[in-house]
Design a protein. Structure first.
Length: 221
């Protein structure tokens, strides 16, 4: 496992203004039963906080899509752009009906502890949601990262704090992976009814992301 917020993952270049650590995102924010699920996972993670930083309740999220700090006019995204973005997203999400997902099990990845988000009943729903959100953000004039070949729906339970590929840390990562296999193989089923437009801030020093909620956007008509 590697540190999640290494130099290549940081949004803000050295010497850039602090505002470059803030970007618009569309997130799904979990209800109480999902928060309870991740609290159980944090019990497994607690002995390993020397190598991972668990995500606290208020910061739990499923990222549907992020955008850059600046729009196509090279203006920093602010209230005007966010208002336009909310309106564009409403239009594109009208045809996206609510759907059900399964979250979990939890496993150790290369740089984080992740819970996979699975479609419960309609295999393409998470992908369709991502595509509709991308369309809405682009229609509002926001700049998007290049689309990846595959959209990997997941929620992060923790982010890596250190590189564990050194000999003195390998055993810790192996022990964590084993603990997750033994104690975090269950999942939770939940309905996705809305998403949130937020301004998300990356905190490399804290190994965390926080966000300011801007607008909740329901799915469907």
């Amino acid at each position: 496992m590697r540190a999640f917020m290494s130099a290549g993952r940081r949004w803000r270049a050295e010497g850039a203004p602090a505002e470059d650590s803030v970007r618009p995102h569309v997130l799904w924010l979990p209800p109480a039963e999902v928060i309870d699920y991740f609290r159980q996972v944090r019990e497994v993670l607690a002995p390993y906080e020397d190598i991972v930083a668990p995500v606290v309740d208020d910061d739990l999220h499923w990222t549907i899509q992020g955008a850059r700090s600046y729009d196509y006019a090279d203006e920093r995204v602010g209230p005007r752009q966010l208002k336009d973005t909310a309106e564009a997203l409403r239009i594109d999400l009208v045809e996206q009906e609510p759907f059900t997902i399964d979250i979990g099990p939890v496993a150790l990845s290369r740089s984080a502890v992740l819970a996979r988000v699975w479609p419960h009943d309609a295999p393409l729903d998470p992908l369709h949601l991502n595509l509709r959100v991308r369309a809405g953000l682009a229609n509002a004039g926001l700049v998007l990262p290049e689309a990846t070949e595959t959209f990997f729906p997941h929620m992060s339970a923790a982010y890596g704090k250190v590189d564990t590929h050194y000999l003195n840390q390998m055993d810790r990562a192996d022990a964590l992976a084993s603990a997750l296999l033994r104690r975090a193989r269950h999942h939770v089923t939940v309905r996705v009814k809305s998403v949130w437009l937020v301004m998300e801030t990356q905190h490399p020093d804290r190994h965390a992301y926080t966000f300011e909620r801007i607008q909740e956007l329901p799915l469907g008509r």
